[in-house]
Design a protein around this ligand. Structure first.
Ligand SMILES: C[S@@+](CC[C@H](N)C(=O)[O-])C[C@H]1O[C@@H](n2cnc3c(N)ncnc32)[C@H](O)[C@@H]1O
Length: 409
């Protein structure tokens, strides 16, 4: 049986400068690898990365016997003692005092400033006819950079959650690496002999070769068809936010690919996000109708980050020691600077999908007929999130291990 660690509290922002304009403007298109540099003295100690997130809230769970979209929390926590309420508590009183370290605050503010400056209404998509909805352009680069830091903060500043003893010859894969922010931030925190490979269907957001350390490679390709020579190669696979990249039938395929290319004893860690919830004004509700229509039409798995869904996929692919970490992210100005940045990231992500969503006709379910209508809806949703206490979403990280042969375990 798997252990599932569920942690809820969202961090509070303390050190983010009051406005992005307090910081130097950064042209992310040309310097984005600098934003991922790890040159500050205030960053968390490297050892923190090798420490699993506190699993004091771990419970034994019985994995669902389907893909989890029918698994409900009560079933998942069937083996739990009486701590169920605590697991789902959103009581802020026991919130850890998490906050961006100054370096993260500066990088996020710079990314937000660049996002704000991205005025182009014409977005560039890697494959407009593919299922992936998000663009691969400067605006998306800024958004993903901001999102990278938001996720990292919510995961206690850790980039690697399972506990790994690194050895000569170890290798790491960052699947769907996008801008490579995770790869480039993880690289200095790992022994120099570890090789890191970032793979993405689109190379458009890859860091410049001049900003890529010698033990890092970025390569174009699909996670769903990793090269045969990668079999049993990796000690760790990281993947974040492929919610919009894999159809329902492709998710189990991806987990099987990860299992194939991991060394025995190696780990996969997948981070995804739930849809957000907003307020009574209804803009979020209208928008969610569109999301359900859009995801449904593309057979994307909108509930992939719901409790137990990814964990079940891990089990079905053969992984053990599956652990699920859930973090609440408050969205909107009511939740301070971190909430404002979180809202900025989420709404910018939905704005970035505007053209394919409106072109598909999916937005009509909510009376949205044109890109202008969609813009208005995004503005209303921003205002709603800013004003509605309790608006939020969850970041979810699930990790699991490819078993060692019985003789070695
Ligand atoms: C939302 S972005 C996340 C990027 C990065 N993981 C991060 O957290 O910043 C998703 C990325 O997945 C890539 N992607 C989509 N489908 C893919 C596939 N089948 N194989 C590899 N990458 C894929 C997209 O091109 C995009 O760069």
């Amino acid at each position: 049986m798997a252990s599932v660690a569920v942690e809820q509290p969202a961090p509070a922002a303390r050190d983010i400068p009051d406005t992005a304009s307090d910081l130097p403007r950064v042209d992310l298109a040309h310097t984005h690898t600098d934003l991922s540099s790890d040159d500050d003295a205030d960053a968390p100690p490297l050892s923190a990365l090798e420490t699993p997130i506190d699993d004091a809230a771990s419970v034994e769970v019985v994995p669902g016997d389907d893909h989890g979209d029918h698994v409900v929390a009560d079933d998942l926590w069937a083996d739990d003692d009486d701590d169920d309420d605590d697991l789902w508590a959103t009581d802020d009183s026991d919130e850890p005092e998490l906050e961006p370290v100054p370096d993260e605050a500066a990088k996020m503010a710079a990314a937000e400033a660049a996002l704000e400056n991205h005025k182009s209404s014409v977005r560039v998509y890697h494959d407009p006819k593919g299922i992936y909805l998000l663009p691969a352009d400067d605006g998306e680069l800024s958004r993903l950079t901001l999102q990278h830091h938001l996720i990292t903060i919510h995961m206690d500043h850790k980039l690697i959650l399972p506990s790994i003893e690194w050895k000569e010859g170890d290798a790491v894969l960052d699947s769907g690496c996008g801008t490579g922010s995770w790869t480039l931030d993880a690289q200095p925190r790992l022994p120099a002999y570890v090789h890191l490979t970032g793979i993405d269907i689109s190379p458009r957001l890859f860091p410049l070769p001049s900003n890529t350390p010698p033990n890092v490679t970025f390569t174009q390709g699909s996670t769903l068809a990793l090269p045969s020579e990668m079999a049993d190669k990796f000690t760790l696979i990281n993947q974040r936010m492929l919610l919009g990249g894999f159809s329902k039938s492709q998710w189990p395929e991806a987990l099987r690919e990860f299992f194939r290319v991991l060394k025995p004893g190696g780990w996969a860690q997948l981070t995804e996000a739930t849809m957000h919830h907003g307020g009574p004004a209804g803009a979020t509700v209208r928008h969610m109708r569109i999301m359900h229509a859009m995801f449904g039409a593309r057979d994307l798995w909108i509930d992939i980050a719901q409790p137990g869904v990814l964990a079940t996929l891990f089990h079905e692919a053969g992984f053990t020691n599956v652990t699920e970490v859930r973090r609440t992210a408050h969205l909107g100005k009511w939740a301070g600077e971190l909430g404002a940045l979180g809202r900025r990231n989420v709404v910018a992500g939905y704005r970035a999908m505007k053209t394919p969503i409106v072109a598909s006709g999916a937005a009509k379910v909510a009376g949205v007929e044109s890109e202008e209508d969609y813009e208005r809806l995004m503005n209303d949703m921003s205002d709603e999130l800013d004003a509605t206490e309790g608006s939020g979403m969850e970041w979810v990280c699930v990790y699991g291990q490819k078993p060692l042969p019985a003789s070695e375990s």
